[in-house]
Design a protein. Structure first.
Length: 359
């Protein structure tokens, strides 16, 4: 039996329970979590914005130590430090064949399969296939990545979602080049990673935008040259900071129609607007046919940073060891499992950076 935060129903409070976690079957590994990040996607799963069968153990951004492996597992062994990969690619679907593993059609098949049981015997589903809001989890061997040397295990949890997503949004999706200007909307975990990635890419002006003035220090420490409180004239103020043109790249990490539209308006003619935030299906964004022609901007979505985690994780580790990428600086709160509801509330109100559940 292990302790976990269980979502009994959509929009219901999380319940701390002892759950019955089986030993790993063929092709599976059991991981003792060191830490799990509280991501906005977990909130979206809990409130029904994203589909989630229940009851479930949420949490998908985690790192820990392998404690057991099932038959046929050769890539990792007990004692290995690993990062959870919530979207493991199958390698054989149409999108994997195109070299786009972040769009793998089978990445989330594990999320729809029961993986454990409550103490009363009720089946449990793993949130995004990972179930990291628990002391231990059992996942597919493809859903873990060996942690490179020199990266602290607890802070490495952020690599499982926020950092890969923010880094990839800058380096893969938007393909920011040295000297370009960048605006990042939303200074949460993903936004902070995007700001750091823009700095690493050699961006010139880096504008951070958020609804909370308390995020300014976090943003500037990460590498932002300017910080703006979100307002109706945000796009106008960004153009003023960039010679009247707008930024070369705008990265939206919020997932709201209003913010996506503002990011688009803040992008220069011919620039790139990249949407990372996950919004609800009721969030509709409108553009006129004339402006699409006139501005010549590119609007693109971004899934998991358009990353191949197996290839990108070693690169991120190099940046961490060299001091270019600071994981600990993104964390504003370290909590236990019982602190997750308060962390959800903080995200809703726009407070703080990344919260880590530390076991």
């Amino acid at each position: 039996m292990v302790r976990a935060a269980v979502l009994p129903e959509i929009n219901a409070p999380l319940e701390l329970q002892e759950i019955d976690l089986p030993q790993p079957g063929p092709g599976q590994v059991r991981v003792r979590l060191a830490a799990a990040g509280v991501c906005h996607s977990d909130l979206s799963l809990s409130n029904g914005t994203l589909r989630q069968p229940v009851p479930a153990v949420l949490g998908h951004e985690g790192a820990g130590t392998v404690i057991a492996v099932g038959d046929g597992v050769t890539g990792v062994a007990p004692g290995d430090p690993v990062v959870l990969n919530w979207a493991p690619s199958c390698g054989s679907c149409h999108y994997c064949g195109l070299g786009e593993p972040w769009l793998c059609a089978n990445a989330l098949t594990g999320a729809a399969e029961l993986y454990a049981r409550t103490s009363e015997g009720r089946g449990l589903y793993p949130g995004l296939g990972s179930a990291a809001f628990a002391e231990e989890t059992v996942v597919s061997a493809q859903a873990v990545l060996l942690l490179p040397d020199g990266v602290p295990l607890t802070d490495a949890a952020l690599l499982g979602c926020a950092v890969l997503t923010g880094y990839g949004a800058i380096h893969h999706a938007a393909q920011v080049r040295a000297g370009e200007s960048v605006a990042v909307f939303g200074v949460g975990g993903v936004g902070l990673a995007a700001i750091q990635a823009a700095r690493i890419a050699g961006a010139g002006t880096i504008v951070a935008v958020d609804i909370s003035a308390g995020k300014e220090e976090l943003a500037r420490t990460a590498g932002a040259t300017d910080f703006l409180l979100s307002a109706p004239d945000t796009a106008k103020r960004i153009r003023k900071l960039t010679g009247g043109h707008g930024t070369d790249v705008a990265v939206e990490c919020v997932g709201r129609a209003e913010t996506i539209r503002t990011a688009w308006d803040a992008t220069r003619r011919g620039g790139r607007t990249t949407v990372v935030g996950i919004g609800g299906k009721d969030q509709q964004v409108s553009f006129s046919a004339l402006e699409l022609f006139h501005f010549g901007r590119t609007l693109s979505g971004c899934v998991y940073g358009n990353c191949d985690p197996a290839k990108d994780l070693p690169l991120l580790a190099d940046h961490i060891r060299a001091g270019r990428l600071d994981l600990a600086g993104m964390v504003t709160d370290r909590i236990g499992l019982d602190g997750i509801p308060a962390a959800f509330d903080a995200m809703i109100s726009g407070r703080g950076g990344r919260t880590l559940v530390v076991f």
